[in-house]
Structure formats: C-alpha cells, structure tokens
Design a binder for this molecule. Structure first.
Ligand code: PLP
Length: 384
C-alpha cells in the first residue's frame, strides 16, 4: 500500500490491501483451521492458539471494520448482531443500572426485559433523543451504561451521540451506540465520544442478505472492553471464517452501496411525502423530521437506507399495500441490495412503540423509479 494516507473507501475496497505472501493472490485465503502447532519449547510464537478466539480471516474482517469506525481498540466479530449486543450487557455486573433507548430493535428490547433483568441488570427505557429525559434517567455513580440506537428502528429517531456521551461520562457510565442503520459511511460514533459501537453486520455491512453476523468496536482497550473480549472468547459467540470472508467481501463495496441506497431512500422519502395515500413519512433526511438538525450534524453524506411510511386508511390498508408489492420483497431484515417492505407492528407485538399503520422500507440498489412505481401501485390498487 502507498505511504500516503488513504481514504476509508480505498482501504475498504482492497480489504486493507493484504496480499497472500505465498501465492500473491489479491484475495487472501479463507483460514479454516481450528488449531495451530505449538513450538518445540511449548510456546505459541504465531500468536494463534485455538480456533474459537483466534482466526486470521476473522482478524482480517475485524481490521477492515476497525478502520471504518476509527476504533482505536479494534473490532470484534460475533455470530449475530444479538450476540454482539448481549455481550456488552453481559460484561456488566448484576445490579448495574442501564438506560436504554425506548425505540430500538425489538428483539434486543425483549431480551433486556427478560434475560438481562433476570440476570440482575436494572434496565430503564427512555426516549434517548430527548436529552432532558436521558439526563434525568441517568443516576451518577450507579448507571454503568447508556445504550442508544440511532437512527432507531423503526421510527428513525435520532439521538445526539456527542451529547449522550457527555451525559454518560459525567455520570461515570459508558455510551454504547447501535449504529446498524447509519453505518460507518454516514456516522462514526466513536469519533463523537461513544465508547462502544455495535453493528448487526447482517445488514448493510455485509449487504447481500446472506450472512448473519454482529460486531462491536471500541475506542479504548480498558477493563470494560477486556470484559467484552472475555465474554466473546469464553461464551463462544464467534463468527465462522466463511461468514467473515463474505462479510469482508461485502465491506469492499460498502461505500458504493450505502451511497446509492441512501440517495434512493432520500428520493423515496421526498416523493412519498407528497403521496395522497401516505399520511406520514419517517426519515431523518426530511427537514420536518424532529431529529433532522442533529442528523444533519452527525451523519455525513446521507441519512441512511431506512425509512418508514404511515398509510392513510390505517393498519388494514398498510397490510394490504404490503401484500400488493411486486418489486419490493415482503420480508424482515434490512440493508441488503434488494429492497424490503414489512408491516412492523405485527412482528413487534404488544409493548411496541411502532404505530399499526406503519410500513418499514429497506432501500436496496434497484432503480429508484422502479421502487417508487411499485409502492405507488401497491398503495393505489385498493382505491379503485
Ligand atoms: N440491531 C438492529 C438495529 C437490527 O435491525 C437488528 C436486526 O434486525 C439487530 C440489532 C440484531 O441483529 P441480528 O439479527 O444479526 O442478530
């Protein structure tokens, strides 16, 4: 690689420029070994001991993500986004107080309310986009973690990361940010003061709906990050080498995909705002979105690939519109090259802050006019 400083997109395109020393292959081999030879003196001079904690393909993918997130203490890959997120909470101690976003990925909220609570964590949910409410919920010396998802799924509320970090640190707590829907292309939470950033790498980081993976990145190699590393190593929620290879291949095109997807999401949000059968569009790129000003400050180059619409005519009209799409795929998940549509309330169930007339749209890389035309026909078909 050149000695000149390179942009993240250049480093990502070449997966950090690593060339296989044996064959000079531009794509490094996938390392599948579960164990490594010990030296005659019983040491492990290679630094690789056993496949659970140590795998070179996983290390290579971690290096790309750490570079993208500007993570001084590095990145750790996990077997899913949930495995990554729960490792942060498992690194806390029973009795610790946690303040978490009220609007967040529903399965993590469910896990916090059940398993984490059972294990002795005290979880309090607040609108983390409301800084006064966040400040009021944090107990100095007692709160150990603020968990904020931004933009938050599926309402796309925006938490001010720098302000939340200040509140956390003043109270002696850490700030962890689920940045799945921003991606490092648009936001790098660690540079804004967050301590840990989490990704469901299943989504736009991989981008092809063919890998389930999770990731954590940290700014400081401190005692807490050491605990997180121990949880991963000892509980074994690791990513396999084939998945790590696919994730690395996905990250080579992250910037291209993310830019196209965010530009299309913006265009769709603008056009759907004027649609007669859409009562509301939720997208942080729209000036009328309550989090727009903060998003404009902490998101660069776009506002992400996710938006939601509320359908005039209520829940039944929303479910019926989703049933009529032809190009969009009616499926859960997000961030892939193919656009997805989902009626969220029926997935999230009781206790969800998701309105019943809401359809969540994950924007892929298809032609944006085709995407709009598909939504338009699906919305209008039931209206004579
Ligand atoms: N965080 C967000 C914002 C998500 O959307 C998801 C999954 O949809 C997760 C976390 C969990 O990731 P995974 O499904 O890889 O466990």
């Amino acid at each position: 690689m050149t000695k000149r400083p390179l942009h993240p997109r250049s480093l990502a395109a070449q997966a950090m420029g690593k060339i296989d020393p044996l064959t000079k292959a531009v794509v490094p081999p996938i390392h599948v070994a579960t164990t490594y030879i010990r030296d005659a003196d019983n040491a492990y001079s290679s630094g690789f001991v056993y496949g659970r904690p140590d795998n070179e393909t996983v290390h290579e993918a971690q290096a790309v993500l750490a570079m993208l997130e500007e993570a001084k203490a590095g990145a750790l890959l996990f077997g899913s986004g949930m495995a990554a997120a729960t490792a942060v909470f498992q690194a806390l101690s029973p009795g610790d107080h946690v303040v978490a976003s009220k609007v967040m990925y529903w399965a993590l909220r469910a896990w916090l309310l059940t398993e984490a609570t059972r294990w002795g964590l005290k979880i309090e949910f607040v609108e983390t986009d409301d800084l006064a409410a966040l400040k009021a919920a944090v107990k100095p010396g007692i709160t150990k973690l603020i968990w904020a998802e931004t933009p938050s799924n599926p309402l796309w509320t925006i938490t001010d990361i720098a302000a939340a970090a200040e509140i956390a640190h003043a109270a002696g707590a850490k700030l962890a940010v689920d940045s799945t829907c921003a991606s490092p292309v648009h936001t790098r939470p660690l540079t804004l003061g967050a301590d840990i950033v989490m990704h469901a790498a299943t989504k736009v980081l991989n981008g092809h709906s063919d890998v389930v993976a999770g990731a954590l990145c940290a700014s400081e190699d401190d005692e807490f990050w050491g605990r997180v590393k121990t949880v991963r190593k000892m509980q074994g929620g690791i990513l396999g080498p084939f998945e790590a290879y696919l994730l690395m291949r996905g990250m080579r095109t992250l910037h291209l995909r993310q830019e196209r997807q965010s530009a299309s999401a913006m265009a769709l949000a603008q056009k759907l705002s004027a649609h007669p059968l859409v009562s509301r569009v939720l997208y942080p790129g729209l000036p009328q979105h309550p989090g727009h000003d903060i998003a404009a400050r902490q998101m660069q180059g776009g506002f992400g690939y996710m938006l939601s619409i509320q359908v005039s005519g209520g829940e039944q009209a929303a479910v019926a519109a989703a049933a009529r799409v032809e190009l969009y795929k009616r499926a859960t998940s997000l961030g892939g090259v193919e656009s997805l549509i989902e009626h969220r309330a029926s997935i999230e169930g009781a206790g969800s802050p998701c309105p019943p007339d809401l359809l969540r749209l994950s924007t892929g890389i298809e032609d944006v006019e085709d995407l709009y035309a598909d939504l338009d026909q699906a919305l209008k078909a039931g209206h004579g």
